[in-house]
Design a protein around this ligand. Structure first.
Ligand code: ADP
Length: 646
């Protein structure tokens, strides 16, 4: 610091000594002046001629010159004129001292007012010192002002320097790349960050232009931007460009171009560069993630729903909307609430899910139903995850499991049926064993009886006796044969029936069978009435015999020893056979299932049977393209009807 700071030059400080030049060829006059002006803060310098005065002025700085007008060689005016020619002394005020009024009268014409004055000899010492004091004061003020100005300028310079160095540091340290280029595009100054982004050393960058450091594909548009700002079309241009680095890699940058002017008003191209590679990468991966999610959302494979913390559905994909049968307009109007979509019986499951969401942020998948707008329901598998913080709502998925539910139900039905079938078969086996044993017992007894008689040679030779002995054997064997036949039929799969059609009259066939079973009828206590009209058709004789036999034996078995009516009639193109009894009858809800295999309504203790008779009847009727049914009131008997196309 070569000069004192401003604050030290203020009121209270010692006044500065100022120099006053006294010019007079007469030493007495000089002495007189000195006597009057003698003061500690004045330094009085004397000159005895104009020439000397000029010399003094060259060497020293004076606050004031007192100049005698009447001097030899150079008089006062000439001296003053010469002093005025010197740049340094031009502004020094001059007081001309003269004995004659006329001499000084025109003084003011040639000089600036304020810079010059005059004094008449003999002078009044008070007036002189007062005058001098005024000038000295003025000089001091001027000096003071100058000093202040100088100090200010110094301060300004210091601040500017500080600012400049601050700017330099900022420029260098800036987290964005900054570069100045001339209008020709040549880089003049670039900061470290720009070098880092461009991936090139400073000396290389300074040999290149901006378009030369971007990838070829981007060159055209950056040239356009540069042209726009240089031509004044735009104040600023912003764009995204790829820099080609020395190692061949590229970086995405956000670039701002503008035009500045330097101190000399020369245009400078300002380039500000930010590395946005990471943002680009993030944006791209975000976009890809969004696209993947969108694909899933649009695929219709799963419903996706976004609900607010209070349960209002804010967004949902089409798949979800179709599961609940609601429109996008309703969704956008905020009219869909999760609560309304849940049937009350799932409140508990939903409660569990909410607790899980609260505690773990997710609710594991569970099955429920969604209520559709039309009141129907969609079976779904749902799961959801809460956003953090929880007031950000919940995102959930729903998979329509209606089909799977159907399959499950179907599977359960099949399992149930299979289980029933297995049980029925077990029942059937024990029934079959029971049934087979029934005729076997008298058969064995009768045969062993005959055998022991034969061994003892007690067998009478008359035929009547023999017939009597063999008849029960024959009946038992016949019954066994029928049973075995039925067993065989029962074991056959549906549809395996083969028909051998022959032309026959159903009326004749029915009468024959009734005749054949009349003995059994009588034993069962049933009186049979047959009403027939001849109906000829092409049917399988053996199977029809079996059919009629089964219906008659049921009528006997369940007919409660009451009369049986058998009718055969013709109706349009078909034959109708009906067998009517007045026995226990069949409840309406059972009238269908008795035609199924192994279906029985009665306990085996009271009524023997394998539960396949009516099933066989139906198989035979179906094979002939006909139909069969039962009409009955429980307790009042049953009428079995068979219709066969002819
Ligand atoms: P089952 O050998 O048991 O008689 P069916 O298939 O012939 O087998 O008959 C099935 C079931 O239908 C019987 O067990 C019985 O409960 C009922 N049923 C059949 N015919 C009659 C009928 N005429 N009256 C009342 N119930 C009958």
């Amino acid at each position: 610091m070569d000069e004192p700071p401003l604050a030290e030059v203020g009121p209270g400080a010692e006044p500065e000594r100022v120099k006053i030049l006294l010019v007079d060829d007469n030493p007495d006059n000089l002495l007189a002046l000195e006597a009057v002006l003698q003061r500690p803060d004045y330094e009085l310098v004397r000159a005895t001629s104009g020439e000397e005065a000029l010399k003094r002025v060259l060497h020293d700085e004076f606050a004031l010159i007192l100049l005698d007008v009447a001097m030899p060689i150079l008089d006062g005016f000439q001296t003053a004129a010469l002093i005025r020619q010197r740049r340094k002394a031009r502004r020094i005020p001059i007081i001309f001292v003269s004995a004659m009024m006329q001499e000084v009268a025109h003084v003011f014409e040639g000089y600036e007012v304020g810079a010059v004055d005059y004094l008449l000899k003999p002078f009044d010492s008070h007036a002189l010192s007062a005058k001098v004091k005024v000038f000295v004061e003025r000089y001091r003020q001027g000096r003071e002002l100058e000093r202040q100005e100088r100090a200010l300028r110094r301060l300004e310079r210091r601040e500017r320097l500080q600012l400049e160095s601050l700017y330099d540091v900022t420029f260098e340290e800036a987290p964005v790349g900054i570069g100045h280029a001339s209008v020709t595009g040549r880089w003049m100054r670039v900061n470290q960050r720009l070098l880092d982004i461009a991936g090139r050393p400073r000396e290389e960058i300074l040999r290149l232009t901006l378009p030369e450091i971007v990838v070829t594909q981007d060159r055209g548009s950056i040239l356009e931007d540069i042209h726009a700002i240089l031509s004044g079309q735009a104040q600023k241009r912003h764009g995204e460009y790829r820099f080609l680095r020395a190692d061949g890699s590229t970086v995405w940058t956000a670039l701002t171009l503008s035009l500045l002017r330097d101190r000399d008003r020369k245009p400078v191209q300002l380039t500000i560069v930010e590395d946005i590679t990471e943002e680009k990468r993030l944006a791209a991966s975000l976009e890809a993630a969004e696209a993947r999610f969108a694909r899933l959302s649009e695929s219709g494979l799963i419903g996706i729903v976004y609900e607010r913390a209070d349960g209002v559905v804010l967004d949902a994909n089409e798949a979800f909307l179709s599961m609940i049968g609601r429109s996008r307009d309703e969704l956008e109007a905020g009219q869909i609430h999760m609560r309304e979509l849940t049937p009350p019986e799932y409140d508990e499951a939903d409660g569990h899910a909410r607790a899980e969401l609260r505690d773990h942020g997710i609710a594991r998948p569970y099955e429920k139903e969604l209520v559709r707008a039309d009141g129907g329901r969609t079976a779904v598998l749902v799961g959801c995850a809460a956003f953090a913080p929880p007031d950000q709502g919940v995102i959930g998925f729903a998979v329509d499991v209606t089909d799977r539910k159907h399959i499950e139900q179907e599977r359960a039905r099949v399992v149930r049926e299979l289980r029933d079938a297995v049980r029925a078969r077990d029942d059937f086996l024990s029934l079959a064993a029971h049934e087979l044993r029934t005729p076997l017992t008298p058969l064995v007894m009768q045969i062993s009886n005959l055998l022991s008689l034969a061994r003892e040679h007690k067998v009478p030779s008359d035929a009547d006796w023999l017939v009597k002995q063999v008849e029960p054997i024959d009946r038992a064997l016949n019954r066994l044969r029928r049973l075995v036949g039925t067993l065989l039929d029962a074991s056959r799969a549906v549809g395996e029936l083969r028909l051998e059609r022959v032309e026959l009259d159903l009326a004749n066939l029915v009468r024959e069978i009734v005749e054949r079973t009349r003995g059994d009828m009588e034993r069962a206590g049933c009186d049979v009435t047959v009403r027939t009209e001849s109906v000829v058709g092409r049917w399988d004789r053996t199977h029809l015999e079996q059919l009629v036999g089964n219906l008659l034996s049921n009528a006997m078995k369940y007919g409660a020893r009451k009369p049986i009516e058998v009718d055969v009639e013709q109706d349009a193109g078909l034959a109708r056979l009906s067998v009517r009894d007045h026995g226990i009858g069949i409840a309406p809800e059972d009238q269908q299932r008795i035609f199924e295999r192994f279906e029985r309504l009665v306990p085996v203790r009271h009524y023997g049977g394998l539960g396949v008779g009516l099933w066989i009847v139906r198989q035979i009727v179906l094979a002939h393209g006909g139909r069969t049914w039962v009409e009955s009131t429980p307790g009042e008997g049953a009428r079995f009807v068979v219709e066969l196309p002819r």
